[in-house]
Write a protein that binds this ligand. Structure first.
Ligand SMILES: Cc1cc2nc3c(=O)[nH]c(=O)nc-3n(C[C@H](O)[C@H](O)[C@H](O)COP(=O)(O)OP(=O)(O)OC[C@H]3O[C@@H](n4cnc5c(N)ncnc54)[C@H](O)[C@@H]3O)c2cc1C
Length: 393
């Protein structure tokens, strides 16, 4: 099937993935329309960790300077036992790390990252940004794709990229694999001004406290002005979306055996927002004709490798390269794009589940974990190079 090159590429979803792909396509000279269902382009208040593989993509997208101005660059990633306090393992993310991967390890507020992407999109003559535009279905003909919007509008494009997240409506029309898999894990998150952070955790490291069926991660954000806390635990609650209020009672009961340091930090927060964590089995084919998926819509993963947004940004750069190489043959380029991506994203999906088990191990398995990891601080970074080396584009 051919396609009408006069029409823009339609992008459903104006989150990190949707804006990144609009930007990547614009750099190759392709027009696009980003259709976001919310009234404004806005991200939830929480931090995000980004490995060197993602920072290389920021360079490609031309936004690395803006990121550098606002990110925080931690000195180490520590994994500690949430009960005994002992150090389990450590990755030095300083000078040696930067030299090894040719890029830093950085953490950034999700809102800051989205603002940078949205501003870059708004500055581009190739991108039209629409809010209050919820796509609920599409129709494809030989020449075009039409996206139907909830308010009755129909938008026409040369192709459609669905970057509409883990609860993607468009995915169900391409891959009929039902709703996402509920992991039974919940994340509670909060961000504090740095002045309110207790001295005992106010340092320049990403710290992960691992405990039986729970873990807690904290790190500084926004040049060190803010402090991000994410507490994860096993629970049978389910609520779709990323913005419901958490129940502090349940949180404190799940962390009741944690060491005082962890509990004291949790006590600092009055109001938590929660995420119910879901993923899917990896698939190989997420495109149909001139329609494809990107980011969480294509390969949702548990967050234990802190890599989902990074994968969406890599997807964006690869997809735009393939479209450009095929000179706008969307059907072919979407096949090439998923072929380049499915094994890498599948590896992150599968490995993230294993990391979750390692973090949340109890009893004998926890002892074994600590014994195996202790003293093996991965200073040659071999174990994680498959992810952080990044991709050839
Ligand atoms: C607790 C937690 C911690 C995480 N930490 C990290 C981390 O440290 N590092 C990392 O790289 N990743 C992390 N992730 C993963 C990361 O958040 C996701 O992978 C990333 O947000 C995916 O981006 P996306 O653009 O594909 O989807 P989303 O961010 O979900 O964006 C989808 C967008 O589409 C819009 N939308 C939805 N439906 C429609 C529709 N029908 N029409 C129009 N618009 C629509 C939504 O409003 C939204 O703006 C974490 C995730 C969680 C849950």
């Amino acid at each position: 099937m051919g396609s009408n090159a006069e029409l823009p590429v339609l992008i459903a979803g104006g989150g990190i993935g949707g804006c990144a792909v609009a930007l990547a396509l614009a750099q190759k000279g392709y027009h696009s329309v980003v259709m976001e269902k919310s009234e404004e382009f806005v991200e939830i208040g929480a931090g995000i960790q980004l490995g060197p593989n993602v920072h290389k993509m920021f360079e490609r997208l031309g936004i690395h300077k803006a990121i550098e101005d606002i990110a925080f660059y931690p000195a180490n990633i520590f994994m500690k036992d949430g009960i005994t306090g002992e150090l389990i393992t450590q990755i030095d993310t300083g000078k040696k790390f930067r030299e090894k991967f040719n890029a830093p390890y950085g953490v950034i507020h999700r809102g800051d990252l989205l603002d940078i992407l949205v501003n870059a999109c708004n500055d581009s003559d190739f991108i039209k940004m629409l809010t209050s535009t919820e796509v609920y279905k599409f129709e494809e003909t030989s020449a075009q794709v039409t996206a139907s919007i909830k308010d009755g509008r129909n938008l026409k494009g040369s192709s459609l990229i669905a970057a509409d997240g883990i609860w993607s409506k468009i995915r169900s029309e391409i891959i009929n694999d039902g709703p996402p898999i509920v992991s039974g894990h919940i994340a509670y998150r909060a961000v504090l001004p740095i002045e309110e952070v207790p001295e005992f955790v106010n340092n320049d490291d990403v710290v992960l406290w691992a405990g039986p069926k729970f873990h807690l991660v904290h790190y500084k954000l926004r040049r060190g002005e803010l402090f991000n806390i994410v507490a994860v635990f096993h629970s049978d609650k389910y609520e779709e979306g990323w913005d419901a209020f958490g129940d502090p009672k349940e949180l404190h009961s799940r962390f009741k055996n944690a060491r005082d340091e962890v509990k004291n930090l949790l006590n600092k927060i009055n109001s938590w927002k929660m995420w119910v964590l879901c993923d899917r089995e990896p698939v190989k084919n997420w495109s149909k004709g001139k329609v494809t998926l990107l980011g969480d819509a294509a390969h949702p993963m548990l967050q234990y490798l802190a890599a989902g947004a990074g994968m969406a940004i890599e997807d964006a750069v690869v997809l735009a390269d393939k479209v450009n190489k095929s000179k706008g043959n969307f059907e072919q380029s979407f096949k090439d794009y998923q072929q380049s991506r499915y094994l890498r994203t599948g590896q992150v999906q599968a490995t993230a589940r294993i990391y979750g088990q390692i973090y949340h191990a109890s009893d004998v398995v926890a002892e074994l974990r600590s014994k195996m990891l202790k003293g093996k601080s991965p200073q040659n970074y071999d174990g994680i190079a498959w992810l952080y080396d990044g991709i050839e584009v």
